[in-house]
Design a protein around this ligand. Structure first.
Ligand code: OAK
Length: 841
């Protein structure tokens, strides 16, 4: 029932319409009001945390007003919307971003100062919203920023995990995981206790006949869980458009615990239902690029997908359009295969609940969905056992079988008598046990499939999805190279560099049209500009050095070359190659005379990143890095020449501090394994150079900035297979310098020889799958070139400025525009369209 105010009473509403604060006084008034009423405190007990809360509430109030207007506008325009389904949104902090996007940070800074607070300290109070693991989740967050900034009508849908990615502590050199309970007080979310959806699981399927004699299928779930919506407003930059991120939280459908059981003294089981329901949205699975096939994970996926689709379909139905218009109103993007069940769920809604014929329904489904693949690693490709499906989602399994049947029939018609092709493309893998291949289901159920960088998009067409190119033709597959939002990753993370660029490009327009960065190339020889550039980098390094000192006790010299590798710890990303290289450097320095040493360039090797809690090898890599650090950092022979730092608990807000302080960063995955990488773009945009392999977006970065401005090394993707083959079947000898590194580790130079044996034998005895030894020599030689280049500071700064100037392509705005045009077919909706009197949803 529409609950809108009758015409005669609306005047009072209009008269009392609220608007957000306008100036410093208004801001201060709002902060004081929130401290004294919302937080029930006063100036006598207002600490930084309360100041943070009140400041956030003041901005949130402004945001929600714009949110309302944006949603009204979108409802009124009734144009096509995009829904971005992602199991991860790695948002980071919201306050600084909101202040900058709204454009009122100066006002807040001055206001907070008058109230007795430094804005930097207040910003630091915020707990990161860390509902993601790494690249895939952060990309989703950058996309939301761009969608809002470009005024696209778009919603994100995800899960409201009670625990985000764990907090990492390093104890005795080892990673220890601590739960991340982030919801204590979160001013950025709006609970919508009136927006709920009942989601079924398990149970039985039976067929009935309706009045017209048609068979209808009924699914009777055995368990029902309630999904409750929580909304987070997403402010666009320099536009009133404010989009929505809707996160679902799970709750027992009955809402109450069992009083009967409680009164009978059965306390535990009286709350068991409640707890079982709440478990669904309790925790983010901490795996990056790895699937473990746990039932609860599949439950999370269906819970979130079913609630989101119910919401999307409800919104569509309000427009009373014919079903065939659905794909003209709705685009749904699947962020990897995690939401693939949405394809099956929409087909189920259309045929079982809405009574459409299979073919008509399937046409709608395929035209609605697009699928983005984010990895070619076999261990990350999702498969679920048929028996688990049968148990948890029996009706969905039937529909998957039908989808597969009709698909295989169509393949058979076009490629008769090719049973092997049918076996290869089947959505059901005829293994023991039988498995549902989610990527294949996503391909068959979408109209477009894209990779995230050119090399990656080529690779999926020639390797894992090769047969589907044969079946569907090449046009179904496309590339959209990833991008990053320059608002967070330049303006927010590196305000001084952003201002310097603004001073040379004629204002802040480059933040919405990143290609304008090319104007700074005109100043590459401008003495004053170069001086300021160098000062900013140095100041950023000083800030990081202070953090390192405070958190580890190690003093690092801000004039040393800062060499950074921060990302999830994974064998394919090869932090082990980096630390072996560091050990090689250490051994080389040790072998020198003091005179020779004097001539060497000081370096700080900085690592950061989390290992999945069950990923033993990744944890050993962290352990080795820390042990090397504790030996090298206190070695008197070495002093400032080499420091090795592991930054604990790498997350979005740490990235915002670390990335602007980097001289060189490492993107050194085995060629062909890193789909794109996005931190590579962030580092270059902040005036750091890259050492990297010919992998993912490194290749396109090289094309844009020029090969003189990047340090590439290592084997090419096209040679990886042959090298691996040779390791297994030919004779495999370890690079002699790497062998010396192994010898030092095995002698116990860095303690715990036993712990590191696995890392060494992976290279020496087990086929060196990630080509550590093959790439070692060229890695070391390339680092020598880095040292040489850094000695020539003038040349180095030229490279940095030139690179930044040429990074325009890597904005997520460019990326979103490509999706909008090539996949979603959506148009921006600008704020000037009137939408008075429309109820938003
Ligand atoms: C995580 C879980 C399953 C599948 C893929 C991922 C993932 O994070 N992939 C990463 O996606 C990023 C965004 O596209 C890429 O930049 C990374 O290269 C890729 O590893």
């Amino acid at each position: 029932i529409e609950a809108s105010i009758p015409e005669p009473q609306r005047e009072a509403w209009i008269k009392h319409q609220v608007s957000g604060f306008k100036d410093k006084d208004g801001f201060e008034q709002e902060v004081v009001r929130h401290v004294e009423t919302t937080l029930a405190r006063s100036m006598f007990n207002c600490d930084e945390s309360a100041a943070y809360s009140a400041c956030s509430l003041a901005f949130r109030d402004r945001l929600i007003l714009e949110w309302n207007r944006t949603q009204q506008r979108q409802t009124f325009a009734d144009s096509k919307r995009l829904y971005y389904l992602s199991l991860e949104f790695l948002m980071g902090r919201a306050l600084d971003n909101a202040m900058l996007n709204i454009g009122k940070k100066d006002v807040a800074k001055a206001g907070l100062a008058e109230l007795g607070f430094r804005i930097e300290d207040v910003i630091e109070e915020e707990h990161d919203a860390a509902l993601g693991n790494g690249g895939l989740g952060r990309l989703a967050a950058c996309f939301l920023d761009s969608l809002a900034s470009l005024n696209f009508p778009a919603w994100g849908y995800g899960l409201r995990y009670r625990y985000g990615i764990f907090k990492q502590e390093i104890i005795g050199g080892y990673q220890v995981e601590v739960p991340d309970y982030w919801l204590d007080f979160n001013p950025w979310e709006f609970p919508r206790h009136d927006v709920t959806v009942d989601i079924g699981f398990y149970g039985h399927v039976h067929k009935d006949m309706d009045e017209s004699g048609k068979t209808v299928t009924h699914w009777e779930p055995r368990e029902v869980v309630k999904a409750v919506a929580f909304d987070m407003p997403i402010p666009g930059y320099a536009t009133p458009s404010t989009n929505n991120l809707r996160l679902w939280s799970s709750k027992a459908a009955s809402g109450e615990f069992d009083f009967q059981k409680f009164n009978n003294g059965d306390y535990e089981s009286s709350v068991a239902d409640q707890q079982r329901a709440e478990t669904i949205s309790a925790v983010l699975y901490p795996n990056d690029n790895l699937e473990r096939g746990k039932e609860l994970r599949l439950k999370q996926q269906y819970f979130w997908v079913a609630a989101s689709l119910y919401d999307i379909v409800r919104r569509f139905k309000k427009s009373r359009r014919a079903w065939k218009e659905f794909p003209e109103q709705v685009a749904v993007q699947l962020n990897d295969t995690h939401p693939t069940l949405a394809i099956v769920e929409l087909q189920r809604i259309l045929i079982d609940l809405e009574g459409l014929e299979w073919d008509e329904a399937w046409n709608i489904v395929v035209n609605t969905f697009g699928y983005t693949n984010h990895t070619v690693l076999p261990e990350a490709l999702e498969k679920w056992s048929v028996s688990l499906f049968q148990h948890l989602l029996p009706r969905h399994l039937q529909i998957i079988y039908d989808i597969n049947l009709f698909f295989l029939q169509s393949v058979e018609r076009r490629f008769p008598n090719d049973r092997d092709l049918l076996r290869r493309v089947s959505i059901i893998e005829e293994s023991q046990p039988k498995m549902v291949r989610m990527a294949f289901l996503a391909i068959v159920g979408s109209h477009k499939v894209n990779g995230v960088a050119e090399l990656h998009s080529d690779l999926i067409k020639t390797t894992i999805f090769k047969d589907f190119v044969t079946v569907f033709g090449p046009d179904k597959f496309t590339n959209v190279t990833n991008g990053i939002t320059p608002r967070r990753w330049l303006h927010q993370a590196n305000p001084r560099l952003s201002e310097l660029i603004a001073s040379k490009t004629g204002g802040h327009d480059f933040l919405t049209d990143l290609t304008l960065l090319n104007k700074i190339e005109l100043y590459v020889n401008d003495k004053e500009f170069r001086k300021q550039w160098a000062e900013i980098k140095h100041a950023n390094k000083v800030r990081l050095a202070q953090h390192i000192k405070a958190s580890t006790g190690v003093t690092v010299n801000p004039s040393a070359l800062f060499d950074v590798q921060v990302k999830r710890i994974h064998e394919y990303k090869r932090q082990q190659l980096n630390i072996f290289g560091v050990i090689h450097r250490y051994l080389t320095l040790k072998a020198m005379t003091p005179e020779e040493r004097q001539k060497q360039l000081p370096r700080v090797s900085i690592f950061g990143g989390k290992a999945a809690p069950g990923y033993w090898m990744a944890k050993q890599i962290i352990h080795l890095i820390n042990n090397v650090g504790s030996v090298v950092n206190k070695d008197k022979d070495i002093g400032d020449l080499l420091k090795v730092i592991f930054v604990e608990d790498y997350n979005v807000s740490k990235a915002e501090m670390i990335i602007p302080a980097s001289d060189i960063s490492e993107h050194i995955s085995t060629a062909g394994t890193e789909a794109s990488g996005t931190s590579n773009m962030k580092f270059v945009l902040n005036g750091g150079l890259i050492i990297g392999t010919c992998d993912g977006a490194n290749i396109e970065i090289t094309r844009e900035i020029g090969e003189n401005n990047i340090f590439l090394f290592g084997n090419l993707a096209e040679d990886v297979e042959d090298l691996r083959h040779a390791h297994t079947y030919g004779s495999h000898t370890v690079d002699p310098d790497l062998a010396k590194v192994f010898e030092a580790i095995e002698k116990g130079m860095f303690g715990d020889t036993h712990d590191f044996a696995g890392m060494i034998s992976a290279v020496r005895d087990h086929g060196d799958y990630y080509l550590i030894s093959d790439d070692f020599r060229s890695y070391i030689e390339t680092h020598a070139l880095v040292d040489e280049a850094y000695r020539n500071q003038e040349e180095w700064i030229t490279k940095c400025i030139t690179s930044v100037a040429r990074m325009g392509f890597f904005s997520s705005d460019r990326c979103i525009n490509e999706y909008a045009e090539g996949i979603w077919n959506i148009e921006p909706l600008h704020a000037d369209k009137s939408a008075d009197g429309v109820r938003a949803d």
